[in-house]
Design a protein around this ligand. Structure first.
Ligand SMILES: [Zn+2]
Length: 158
């Protein structure tokens, strides 16, 4: 599955594809074949603090323009979660859950949507993994691609 979508250009010079990214620079999409989803973060080369979304000035030591791009691994642990029972103004269908995920490998906390189960079942301490998929439909009827975390299921007893 590595078919390239034909990229056309509109009058405004914007790429005209059948999807848009929720925000540029957060992740790579589409992924290369066999590649696991990851988030694009920034690491301060002075103090090693990691930030997502990436930023140019270090909030920890104040250094400027010393950031290196790092790929956040997909596994994380839920820090907090909230269930929302009304559709978001941007078109995310209720009920849905969002909150914070800690990525221990890089010591960073990520703000994210949750998916893959009943939103009320997302619990602090739960292990989750990153998925990159449509989160809503834009006003132009395009799929808006974003990142979410879903519960890791290992040897689930039925
Ligand atoms: Zn720093």
């Amino acid at each position: 599955m590595s078919e390239k979508r034909g990229i056309q250009t509109t009058d405004e010079g914007q790429p005209n594809e059948d999807f848009v990214l929720v925000q540029p620079g957060l992740f790579d999409y589409p992924l290369k074949e066999g590649e696991k989803p990851f988030l694009l973060a920034a690491r301060c080369s002075k103090c090693n603090a990691v930030f997502f979304p990436a930023r140019t000035r270090c909030r920890h030591c104040g250094a400027n323009d010393v950031m290196e791009e790092v790929r956040l691994p997909g596994r994380g642990v839920v820090y907090a979660s909230t269930v929302v029972h009304v559709d978001s103004p941007s078109g995310i269908k209720a009920p849905y859950a969002f909150g914070y995920v800690d990525v221990p490998a890089e010591g960073v906390r990520v703000f994210a949507l949750f998916t893959g189960c009943d939103p009320a079942l997302i619990r602090p301490g739960q292990e989750v993994e990153l998925v990159i998929e449509p989160i809503r439909t834009s006003h132009e009827q395009k799929q808006v691609i974003g990142y979410k975390y879903k519960p890791v299921r290992e040897r689930v007893s039925q």
